[in-house]
Write a protein that binds this ligand. Sequence first.
Ligand SMILES: [Zn+2]
Length: 437
Amino acid sequence: MNYDTIKFMNLEGFAYIIKSIDLTKTNNVLSCNLTLKKRDEVCPSCQSKDYTVHGYYTKKITHSISNSSPCFILYKARRYRCKYCEKVFYETNPFSLEGDQTSTYTILAVLDTLRSHTSTFTSVAAQFNLTKQNVINIFDNYVDCGRKKFPKIISIDEFYTSKLSRYKYACTILDFKSKEIVEIYSSRRMNHLANKFTILPDSERNNVKIIIIDMWEPYRDLAKRYFKKAIVAVDSFHVIKHLNDAVIKIRLKVMNKYNKRTSTLKSNDMYYYMLKKFHYFFVKNFEDIYQGYIKIPKIHPKWKRDEILKYLLANDDDLKYSYRLKEKYREFNLTADYDNCEEEFDSLIYDFNNSHLEEFREFGRLLLNWRTEIINSLIRVEGRRLSNSAIEGVNSRIKTIIKNANGYTNFNRLRNKIIFSINKDVAIKAVPIKTKK
Ligand SMILES: [Zn+2]
C-alpha cells in the first residue's frame, strides 16, 4: 500500500482501513482507485451480523485536494446480502454521507473556507476545482443559521441590499457586548419589523434593557412598542453627523458670499480660496488634522493648522460663531457625564434653538426631539459608551460580503453567509438539509 498516495489524498485518517490505493491522472483528471479492508458490519434492517459478499459497486466521490485538477475517489464498495432477511446493503462508507457524492473532507474544507468574510462562492470554487454551483449546493445543504436569543443590549443597524431584496435596506440586530449578529431581517421597514418582533416570546423581549439605534424614527417607535423594559439610546456618531452637515451648509453659504460669480460679492477671493481648500477644517476633529506645515500655494508657502484655522475664523463672524458652537457640542459629546449632563445639554439646546442661523435652529429641534435618547447614549457599560461605532468592524465586513455578493440570488443565502462569516462557531448541519432547494 502506498502511504505517499494516502498522504497526498489527505486520507491519513483512513490509512488503517485502506486495503489498496492507486492514483492515475488522465486528461488532467485525478482518479484514485481505492478498496477498503473488510470490517464488521450489521444489517441495517435486522441488525444481524451474518451476511455474504453480494458484489461490488464503484462509487465516484468528488474529493477536492487540488486547485489545478478535478479529483475523484473511485471507491470500490462491497455489497453484502443479509443471510437472515436477505437485505442487500453497502459496507460502511467512511468518505461521504449517504446520498452525498462529495467527500466529507471536501465539504468541511469548502465550508471552512467559506467562513472567511472575503471568500465568495466563485473564489472557493476555483480553490477546490469545483463549479460555483457545487459550492452553493454545499453551502445551502449544510448552513442554516438560526437566530440568537435577544441579549440585554442590542444595536439596531442596517445595510444596503437593493439588488438582493424587494427592500432597499436590511436590518441587523447585534449583540452590543459580544458584537455577534442576533438576527438579520430583510427589511428595516416598520411593519416588516413589527411582524418579526411580535412573534418573539415576551420573556425574550422583556429581557432587552437597552436598544441603540441611529436616528431613524421608526426604530424608536418599534423599540417603545415591543421592548417595554428597554430604554433607547441613539448613536452619537449620527448626532455629530447632523451637526457637521449643518456646519457644511453654513460654510458653503459664507463661502459663496466671496465667490466672484455671485452678485453680492464681498471682495476677498483669497478667503473664498481658503474656505474651499480647507473645507475639512470645519468637520474634521482639529486634533486629527496634520500637525506639520501645510502648503498653501497662493499665499504664504506653508502654514500650521492653528494659523489656518485662525485665518478661516477671523474673516467671518457667522463662521466663527458656528465653529465655536459646534466645538462646544463636540466637547459635550466627548466629556459629558450621564449623571449630571442635563443642565449643560439643555443650555446647548437653547443655544442652537435660538441661533440666528436656520441650519443650527434645525439642529436644535433635532436635539430636542432626541433629547432622552442622546442623554442615554452617555451611559457606559463596562467602560464602553453605548454606541454603534463599536460594531463598525461588523458592518465593514458585511459590506465586503455584499460587495462580493454577485453569487447571491436570494436573501436567505446572503443572510446565512453573513452570519456564518461573522459570528464565531456557527455550527454546520450534521445531516444535510435535503428538503431545501
Ligand atoms: Zn437483515
